[in-house]
Design a protein around this ligand. Sequence first.
Ligand SMILES: Cc1cc2nc3c(=O)[nH]c(=O)nc-3n(C[C@H](O)[C@H](O)[C@H](O)COP(=O)(O)OP(=O)(O)OC[C@H]3O[C@@H](n4cnc5c(N)ncnc54)[C@H](O)[C@@H]3O)c2cc1C
Ligand code: SF4
Length: 333
Amino acid sequence: MMRLPPFQYLAPVSVPDAVKLMADHGPEAMLVAGGTDLYPNMKRRQFEPTVLVGLRGVRDLVGVRQPAAGALAIGAGTTLTTVARHPEVRARYAALATAAGAVSTPQLRNMGTLGGNVCVDTRCNYYNQSYQWRKAVDFCMKKDGEICLVAPGSPRCWAVSSSDTAPALWSLGASVRLAGPSGERTIPISALYQDDGIQYLTKQPGDIVTEIVLPPAHGARSIYLKLRRRGSFDFPVLGVAATLHLDGEIVRQARIVLGAVASLPRESVQAARLLVGERLTPELIDRAADAAYRPAKPLDNTDLTHPYRKKMVRVYVARALRRLAGLPDEAEA
Ligand SMILES: Cc1cc2nc3c(=O)[nH]c(=O)nc-3n(C[C@H](O)[C@H](O)[C@H](O)COP(=O)(O)OP(=O)(O)OC[C@H]3O[C@@H](n4cnc5c(N)ncnc54)[C@H](O)[C@@H]3O)c2cc1C
Ligand code: SF4
């Protein structure tokens, strides 16, 4: 049985207190919300903080509010179950409701938070293993080792962004509110991520995600599709989020974002560009799916084979767009 290492747990009740505690304890400290990712990772010694700053007592981080006409702000400490079931989220931001409801299992969604999900660690077959397993292969550069075991000549880590909600929020044009030692700031969620399996977030470790803000939906249609081995449980090995603003039958705005194909959610700008100003015909959908598929380069470091995962990019993007267009799935067509 894997046990947690000893650590000190601090329980602030406000965001400024949490920011101060993180600053006081520096690199020894980590934030924890639901703990559904961090605690298993600590048991495997992937993280070894001696201090945890727990966010569960910070009431300001919990809840859904409507700050400006049509927008929706979700506190980072809101559970995934709440997000998935919230009537406004379901009505206006279907991709997010689906993605939150597809994370892991009901028990973990009751504990896991939206903030924890957007900050969740990247994953790799050579890293998400026990300490003894990792030691047996002499570790890798993401923790305790020198080289990348997937691409030994590579100077960087290719661990995979595996959040379900991140691509959905990106496709919906969400922003993230951060609080840190130098104050508060709001950035597009796309700016929270960078293409590095180790430093996959651009924020400083002491910065707290306080809120995720969704812009007015203006009638946009959105969808999230997830590929995984076991439908009841697993992390995504591919996530496809698409949001379309339609004017009658014409696409006015489109954003397609892929999850689990790189160290960050990957926007398919070219595929979306093909759609704008056009009617969503089956032929156009196939061309857009092809444009999303070509640059997608999943590596051989998560579940299922990477050539299969690449092929499924085309299938899932086409399926997502067909569903948004009200067309039958390809198998039924
Ligand atoms: C068996 C299993 C299956 C899983 N399946 C999935 C899945 O299908 N899809 C998926 O996306 N995830 C999955 N997860 C991972 C995890 O359960 C979710 O990502 C969950 O949403 C994490 O939220 P949390 O509140 O528990 O985060 P925590 O574990 O508390 O924290 C995760 C990370 O986020 C940081 N953090 C937390 N809150 C904040 C904040 N407000 N500001 C800044 N940093 C913060 C922590 O420091 C930590 O680095 C799975 C986990 C397990 C154990
Ligand atoms: S991609 Fe390479 S460095 Fe990163 S976790 Fe996997 S084996 Fe380690």
